[in-house]
Ligand binder design. Sequence first.
Ligand code: 7TS
Length: 409
Amino acid sequence: MSTPGFDVRRVRADFPILHQEVRGRPLVYLDSAATGQKPQAVIDALTRFYTHDNANVHRGVHILSERATQAYEDARESVRRFINARDAKEIVFMRGTTEAINLVASTYGRKHVGPGDEVLISAMEHHSNIVPWQMVCDAVGAKLRVIPVDDRGELRMDAVDALLTERTRILAVTHVSNALGTVNPVRELVRRAHAKNIPVLLDGAQAVTHLPVDVQDLGCDFYAFSGHKLFGPTGIGVLYGRLDVLEAMPPYQGGGDMILSVTMEKTVYNRVPHRFEAGTPDMAGAVGLAAAIHYLESVGMAAIAAHDQALLTYATQALSAVPGLSLVGTASEKTGVLSFTLADVHPHDVGTILDREGVCIRTGHHCAQPLMKRFGVAATARASLAFYNTPEDVDALVRGLHKVREVFQ
Ligand code: 7TS
């Protein structure tokens, strides 16, 4: 297995955490959908920021504050370029995908969703793209409606048009499913929603790590993702919002930095994006995220996507040959997520035995309980791939699964 223009061994050399033994075995990390590992460039950027530039942003007249502000705003520009947003003002730094979706639900949602209205999501959403909308709907007396998923884990596109009604105030759907790996036809969903003047939020948490993303090409109104999954630091994430949409939105949290002026009678809110960034932001996180983005750009997202697809094909074949293994999620378009059950072995037992072999996977409901219910399982075992994974990692997983079978025979 080789991908032209991509050298996985060179990539792996950039990730110090991967080069260790755990439980007496070489570490095999197959849990990147939960969080990505960090290249040395990100670790160095954080150290450099705290060693040389740390100060609060947008405040001080002094040199350190100037440098920190510059680094923070440069990071915004790096994100803009990475997802091809038109304007850096469209990039709001958040804590992660969860906070980004909550922001949209509690500002845009509270403003536009009223009694009897509808919010449309899908059956494969992460809880963070379900619960915030449920909270809005409960508060105003609106209805949450759901695009169903078929047996392969693809959205039932034939059901979409009837679910986009004159009461639908927003469509919020994941670009890539964390539990199935399905890549949804989001451009087509945006097209159909926009034809009825319905705005669209895309949850990009699992997409930006695998695919080149161009928000102008997708045409979405909002796009959310987390830095820590994108091989950057924890505590930082991004909400992209189309400028005209963001500008018409009320603020989220109140506090420092989000104001132009305050009197006891009245506050004038700051311009976008600062209006949505109350308080001291995660400056170091933004700098680290920018370093992750620069690193990914140097490797090339197209090469990363090609490696991901080749490894997914290899892993799908290898896992399908394990007796008793059943893949959950077999969509025609997928990224490197392999959710499965193994005969009647509980997924937690699968995960525990794999862990003894040095293989890290995730087990459970993957914060997608309605989706698990749809597939009639309480939990699955999930191996998730990143661009630093190799066919040898997949082989180690398969060897581990044979161990599981021996134990439970
Ligand atoms: N949306 C999707 C599609 C996700 O996969 C996740 C996290 C989130 C939203 C929330 O992101 P956060 O960074 O705000 O927590 N998914 C997972 C996962 O699959 N395993 O652990 C976390």
